[in-house]
Design a protein around this ligand. Structure first.
Ligand code: BG6
Length: 514
């Protein structure tokens, strides 16, 4: 592992994202020893004027409240220094640079390289100017080497044109290996498990295609509304907030072709080297000898993901249902005539050999009756069913990303009794029961650690992002232009009834217990 001073700069340090996600994730890493105090310093940067202690007090309430953590919390907070400045002011970034350099000089005994990680917990509108400031005034210039990396949050753009413009602006300042586009769904345990599940289990290999799978649902539900984020949300809506990124990334992992082997022996194989060196030329990514084997599959995996996205057919109007919950417009920051969907069901169709004819139903909604994110893979009916049991339900493989991570397979079994009758039951792997002593890491925790390690496997590459916007931009411009309007649904309900009908039209067969 690399050594040397690590400076983590959280830009937008007083904002919601930083308080709720970034700093708590940093604390968890610190507590587990991934951010040793003799190597790491954290700088908060934002416009408001405040003292170091003010920022520390603001963060404290969001950190773990357990008694055992009290000492760790105090020492962690001492690592944080606050600097105020505008996002387009050279002076602010010169001051920041000075503070980082002073810290690095104070640690010169370490004789290591200087590592600078800039986490932009900011709205995308300021990304270009902030990146310019970092590039001009705050880059690592150490003689001992090291790096400067930036982490950017979604929404990365509002449509294809704006995303591409943003990519070019940032691309002129930083190389692709320096840019970490975070999609926190890629850091969730069960999302990270998807490739393992698909490609390490013989059981699934022959079944994972159009011959056996009837449809796939990727569902996100929240049981609260926009909760004070109405201003932001109204500009983006549920498709840009959840579907174009989080759910589409999950779709990629469910549907993409197998990336190259993870086996270190195979990684050294000629074939793999060819793929990597070809990609290296395209992306100018140096292959370092310190790469851990897992990292080596980042490029082909990204390629597979992009390929599947490029095979998605244009979305049909009749395969979209939009909704808006009653009361959404009561938020004073939401305009009275808002056309913004807080719910959407969209059917995507992948035009390739594996998936032709299989609907991928992406569904997301706020202010619904439950909070859940899951993938439901529904298999086709059994041909020549001698038990006449099909109406009890089809086989369905459900992967619950949250809450209470689990995966279960709905099977038809004999009802235990003297008589011969069938029933639906489940093969159930519930993480809480199975892995009682293991604390599942938070998505942000994992992803921030990846940024420090330089592992881009779970980050969105530029061409992948472009392909994602290509899918949704025509639909989004129809919504923005008012050609497609949301139907109203009750707060705390299942969402619009029209969405259930669309699901049935797409071929989903309800099973018991759903
Ligand atoms: C964010 C969205 O990206 O994800 C929010 O902007 C949403 O609107 C959140 O609430 C959901 O994340 P999670 O991890 O709680 O499912």
């Amino acid at each position: 592992p690399e050594t040397g001073c690590l400076s983590i700069v959280v830009l937008g340090a007083s904002g919601d994202l930083a308080k709720k996600k970034t700093f708590p994730a940093l604390f968890n890493l610190y507590r587990q020893g991934f951010l040793p105090s003799n190597e790491v310093h954290i700088f908060g940067y934002a416009r408001s004027k405040m003292a170091d202690d003010d920022l520390r007090d603001r963060i404290r309430g969001y950190l773990s409240q357990s008694k055992e953590d009290i000492d760790d919390i105090s020492s962690f907070l001492q690592l944080i220094k606050y600097l105020s400045g505008a996002y387009d002011d050279p002076k602010g970034f010169q001051t920041l640079d000075k503070a980082i350099s002073e810290y690095e000089v104070s640690k010169s005994s370490m004789e290591g390289s200087s590592r600078r990680l800039f986490y932009l917990a900011l709205p995308p509108s300021v990304y270009p100017q902030v990146c310019k400031m970092i590039k001009n005034y705050s880059m690592n210039r150490s003689d001992h080497g090291g790096w400067t990396r930036i982490v950017v949050e979604k929404p990365f753009g509002k449509d294809l044109t704006s995303a591409e413009e943003l990519s070019s602006q940032i691309g002129e300042l930083f190389e692709e290996p320096q840019i970490f586009r975070i999609d926190h769904y890629l850091g969730k345990e069960l999302v990270q498990n998807l490739l393992v599940l698909r490609f390490a289990n013989r059981l699934f290999l022959p079944l994972w295609n159009r011959d056996h799978i009837a449809n796939v649902q990727i569902v996100f539900r929240e049981d609260f509304g926009t909760d004070g984020r109405g201003g932001y949300f109204d500009e983006y809506g549920i498709i840009r907030d959840i579907i174009q990124n989080h759910l589409l990334q999950v779709l990629c992992l469910v549907s993409m072709e197998k990336p190259i082997s993870l086996n270190p022996e195979h990684i050294r194989d000629e074939k793999v080297k060819d793929v990597l060196s070809k990609q290296e030329r395209i992306l100018k990514i140096p292959l370092s000898s310190s790469m851990v084997p897992l990292t080596c599959f980042v490029l082909p995996a990204c390629l597979s993901a992009t390929q599947v996205l490029q095979s998605v057919l244009p979305i049909k109007d009749e395969e979209v249902i939009l909704g808006q919950y009653d009361g959404y417009k009561d938020d004073p920051t939401v305009p009275d005539n808002s056309n913004t969907p807080t719910f959407a069901t969209v059917v995507l169709r992948i035009h390739n050999e594996r998936w032709e004819g299989v609907p991928f139903i992406l569904k997301a909604g706020k202010a619904l009756n439950s909070r859940k994110a899951e993938i439901r893979v529904q298999f086709k009916d059994v041909p020549g069913d001698i038990f006449k049991c099909q109406k009890q339900g089809r086989n369905e493989f459900v992967i619950r990303l949250q809450p209470s991570e689990a995966m279960y397979m709905k099977l038809t079994v004999k009802q235990p009794a003297l008589e011969m009758s069938t029933t639906q039951s489940e093969l159930d792997l519930s993480y809480k029961q199975r892995y009682q002593d293991i604390v599942i890491p938070e998505a942000y925790e994992r992803l921030i650690l990846d940024t420090i390690r330089g592992d881009q496997q779970h980050f969105v590459r530029r061409d992948e992002l472009k392909a994602a916007w290509e899918i949704f931009t025509p639909l989004l411009s129809q919504i923005d232009g008012g050609a497609l309007r949301p139907v109203m649904y009750k707060l705390g309900s299942r969402g619009p009834a029209e969405a259930d009908k669309l699901l049935e039209r797409a071929g989903y067969v309800h099973t018991e217990g759903y």
